[in-house]
Write a protein that binds this ligand. Sequence first.
Ligand code: SAM
Length: 314
Amino acid sequence: IPWTGEDDAVIATNTDATECKRSAVELGYWKDDYIVYFAKHVDRKAPEINRGYYARVKAMEMFIHQFLERCGTKCQIINLGCGYDTLYWRLKDTTQAVGNFIELDFPSVTAKKCHIIKRNKQLLEKICNEDGEVVIRSGDLHSDGYHLLGCDLCCLGEVRRKLEAGGAARDAPTLLLAECVLVYMQPDAAQALLEHLAATFPRCVLLLYEQCNLGDKFGEVMLRNLSVRGCALAGERYCREPQAQVQRLLGAGFETVRSWDMDTVWRALPEDDRARVEALEMLDERELLQQLNSHYAITVATRGELFADLDLNA
Ligand code: SAM
């Protein structure tokens, strides 16, 4: 079973995602002043890939914004399988920097992220303690309000210990991010993690972005791709049809669950947003984007009344 411990093929998905994000940022799809530090040289990706990533980042941002609107900045964000995500720094540049931001990934990924942060003043200056210090303890980075922690998300004991070390508070409104992560975990371990998180945080929102509708021909190809990375089982179990994802999250203890495929999200984007990005580069085959978008979904699961009305069209 390739699911215990760190897996090179899974870790490589982070490089892939970071390079795709940088490609789109360079073309002007969205603004991210920090992605350059995490992906040095990238080849330009195909237009449908750039647009797909735009929809992904935009969808996550939309719900992050709704979460923050409801609870203000006295909250925490826990980024599961964070990879080289730059959200912490992007929020710091707004009025929406949150009280505590915890990032978890395999130790080899967090060690590299830590190294990049330490080497780049623009990243480091946004996470220092008041006395200008960043503490590295057992390979993990700790500062006031930002914690970068190495662990295998399949090991619940480790996750618990790390969340405690990062100062996660049970009673704080909590945003859990799982952007293309759970699909790479052994399905039972991912389910145990979800159950643990739902039981721990009574006021929370989980944003889950991953493959869906894998039951058709195009989906079969995606499943084969996943199986190269040893994760076909998770795809088989939860990504064949959207309802499976909903049932799984309700079963884990979340109270409301809604899921939208990315084609629906794309069509729900404000007209001027879509027109702007459609003018950035030519896309000859629109069906290609539609096909790609209809095989990814964003699923929003919540606990607590405060978040029950989160919606795509809010
Ligand atoms: N969430 C980031 C984003 O969307 O840009 C990174 C996504 S990348 C496709 C998947 C990430 O999940 C990788 O950084 C990988 O190391 C991490 N990951 C997968 N399984 C994991 C596990 N069992 N424990 C910790 N991290 C894991």
